[in-house]
Each structure stands twice: as structure tokens, then as C-alpha cells.
Write a protein that binds this ligand. Structure first.
Ligand code: PMP
Length: 382
């Protein structure tokens, strides 16, 4: 019999370099919890609106099950064009500056963007803390993710970005509202970043997956309002409770979208056809009751943890990133182990950062569970 294949030895460095051990260890430990209060999940707890579910069913029954155009279904693209036109005055025609494409999740758009722009020796500036896949995507592209340290207020400002720029910088990645901090940048901050990138000839990629999750009176500001060469990346999963449908979009300068389309044609091919049809009417749905509810949950986090830890108040998304009081002398992992002992799941900060001083709470859970979890965390932090 032939000797078994040594798969480990066959794996590429790019895969070996992906760090998942921190999350895996936490999840493995959490298996022991019977009925945990799970504040670790980055997905909404509400259901897909009925109208959208029905549209998905209708799309299947109407036999919209084949490939779509690589850029996306015409109906969905039209709704995206309308959205971006009303927000940024961007035009979409064969001769216009801009183009858009539907993608396989927001992650699909980010993957295409990184692989399209970055190569060996190139640098992309990302925030620290960051959404976990940013450094991995840079690694996959054989490029370097340069961490822009935003502690302690988590604001990725133009000054902080400028200090990270080198002659190898090709792109800056902005994420407001941010995962894992919930921080929303102001219009002035965003505009300063937009002009910095314009002046320095750097592509600004803006991951706006949480654009709808902004708590009044805070407003979402996009750098696309003042810089026509920004690559805007957005998703449907978080907004409409359909993360598993893997739907997102990218819009920006046409030559960039065209290059991303070349890559998409030979990788993802198209985004899921049924769900493209299902989401055509998504923008007709009034999200304000939902945002109101998330805003109240945010208030609960501030009320229960604000006086026992250093907490930057989240004005968007559904995360908070409190600091573990130094007096406790605990690393993030040590703290989350204490939380797990009390059946509460949160994620240690070093999963999202080069620092291990904070932890992430997701408040996309019922008010009852949230209160239960926060009360336990409060005691642990006191
Ligand atoms: N960007 C950010 C900031 C995120 O938090 C996430 C999901 N957690 C994504 C992108 C990926 O989203 P999707 O599921 O649409 O690929």
C-alpha cells in the first residue's frame, strides 16, 4: 500500500500563516458551557424580512437559478446604482467614471479588491484593531498589511494614516462603523482621509458593511462623497439578517471594477443568482425600528460597563470593545476564560489586534441575554 500523503507538507505558506488558534481555543472551551450567553457572534439576531424571503422563494420558482452576468443581475445593479447616485451623485453608464458589481459577500468584494490591487512588496494600511480577514487577505496577495494603531480612541485619522505611508503604500482600508469597536468616524475625519489618499495617489478602500447600523444622532459619512476614486464595499448580510446568503457589492472607478471583474469571472463567477433577485427590493425596507433597538442595546452596554471599564462608546455596528482594567493583570485570553467559567462568551482582543488588552462584545442578541451577560461581565470587571 502506498504511504499516506503528507498533506501538512503540501500546504502553502499562505495557508499555514493564517492564525485561527485564538478563536479555536476559545470556541473549544466554550463547548463545555451548557446554555452560554453568547456575546461573540458577529451576526444579527433578527430574521430576514418576509418580503425578502418571499422574493427568494419566488426567484427559485421562476427558474432564476442559473448564472447571472459576472457583474450581477441587471435589476439588483439598478438598485445599487440608484442608491449610490442618491448618496454620492455617482453616475453609472458605459461612459461614466464609475461602475459597480455584485459580489459573493462583503468578504468576496474585499478578496477581489486585495488581489486586484496588491502584489509582492506592496503595502496596504489597515486599522488596528481590525476585522480579522484584512491581514489574511494581504498575506494571500503576498503583500504587507501595515497596522495603523488607533488605540486608545480607535479613530483611524488622516494623521495616523499619514504616519504609516511609505513609497510602497498602494491602498488604505477604512472601516467605519468599525468591527470590533463600533466606532464611527465623523464627516470631517472621513473627508480628511479622502483628501490625503487623493493627494498621495493611494487607493482608498472603504468597507461600509455597517453603513446602516449607525445610531442617531450620529450619521454615517463615506469618503466617496468627496473622492470619486474611492472603492466602496458594502454588504446585505448584516443589514437584512441574511449573512449566509453571501451577498455584497463593490463600486468605484470603472477600470478598477473591470479588473476585479476579470478575476471574478475566473473565480467566484457570479454572486448567488437567487439571492440577487431576492434583494432587488431591499432598499424599500424601513430599518429605523431595528436601528432604534440596536441603539438601545448599545445604551445597555454603556450603562452596565461604562463605569467599570474604559469603554469607547460605539455609535454604530453592533460591537463594543472594552478594556480589561489593568489592575486585573489579565491578558485577553485569561479574561475570556474567566467569562467562559460563568457561561459568557466574548472574544479576546488579540484576535483583532496586535494588542491583547481588550475584548469584543457583540450586542446582536436579545435584550434578556444581553442583560444577563453584561451583568456577569460587570462583576468580572469590577
Ligand atoms: N467587513 C467587516 C468589517 C465585517 O465585520 C464582516 C463580517 N463580520 C465582513 C466584512 C464580511 O461580511 P460578509 O459576511 O458580507 O462577507
Amino acid at each position: 500500500m502506498a504511504s499516506p500523503l503528507d498533506i501538512e507538507q503540501l500546504l502553502s505558506d499562505r495557508v499555514k500563516d493564517i492564525e485561527t488558534s485564538g478563536i479555536r481555543r476559545a470556541w473549544a472551551l466554550a463547548q463545555a458551557c451548557e446554555d452560554p450567553v453568547n456575546l461573540s457572534i458577529g451576526q444579527p439576531d433578527f430574521l430576514v424580512p418576509d418580503a425578502i424571503k418571499q422574493a427568494a422563494i419566488d426567484a427559485i420558482l421562476a427558474d432564476n437559478n442559473g448564472y447571472t452576468q459576472t457583474a450581477g443581475d441587471a435589476g439588483l445593479l439598478k438598485s445599487i446604482y440608484g442608491r449610490l447616485n442618491s448618496q454620492f451623485d455617482w453616475e453609472f453608464s458605459d461612459t461614466s467614471h464609475h461602475a459597480a458589481m455584485v459580489t459573493t459577500g462583503t468578504a468576496g468584494a474585499l478578496t477581489l479588491a486585495f488581489l486586484t490591487v496588491l502584489g509582492p512588496g506592496d503595502e496596504v494600511i489597515i486599522p488596528d484593531p481590525y476585522f480579522v480577514i484584512y491581514p489574511t487577505l494581504a498575506r494571500i496577495a503576498d503583500a504587507k498589511a501595515v497596522l495603523c494603531d488607533t488605540y486608545p480612541d480607535f479613530r483611524m485619522t488622516a494623521d495616523r494614516i499619514a504616519a504609516c505611508i511609505t513609497d510602497k503604500t498602494k491602498a488604505v482600508l477604512l472601516n467605519s462603523p468599525a468591527n470590533p469597536t463600533g466606532v464611527v468616524l465623523t464627516e470631517t475625519e472621513v473627508n480628511d482621509i479622502a483628501s490625503l489618499c487623493k493627494d498621495r495617489g493611494i487607493l482608498l478602500i472603504t468597507d461600509e458593511i455597517y453603513d446602516e447600523f449607525v445610531f442617531p444622532p450620529t450619521k454615517h459619512a463615506s469618503p466617496a462623497s468627496t473622492n470619486e476614486d474611492v472603492l466602496v464595499i458594502r454588504g446585505y448580510g448584516k443589514t437584512y439578517g441574511c449573512t449566509g446568503w453571501r451577498m455584497g457589492y463593490a463600486a468605484g472607478p470603472k477600470p478598477l471594477i473591470d479588473a476585479m471583474l476579470k478575476l471574478k469571472q475566473q473565480t467566484f463567477v457570479c454572486a448567488p443568482s437567487v439571492f440577487q433577485h431576492a434583494l432587488v427590493g431591499a432598499y424599500d425596507i424601513d430599518l429605523s425600528p431595528l436601528i432604534d433597538r440596536f441603539s438601545k442595546r448599545r445604551d445597555m452596554v454603556v450603562e452596565l460597563l461604562g463605569d467599570v471599564t474604559e469603554l469607547v462608546v460605539p455609535n454604530g455596528a453592533f460591537y463594543a470593545f472594552p478594556k480589561i482594567p489593568v489592575a486585573h493583570g489579565l491578558t485577553g485570553m485569561e479574561f475570556i476564560l474567566k467569562a467562559i467559567e460563568q457561561d459568557v462568551l466574548v472574544i479576546q482582543g488579540d484576535v483583532f489586534s496586535s494588542h491583547d488588552t481588550h475584548f469584543r462584545i457583540s450586542f446582536a442578541v436579545s435584550e434578556e441575554k444581553l442583560e444577563q451577560g453584561l451583568t456577569i461581565l460587570r462583576k468580572l470587571l469590577q
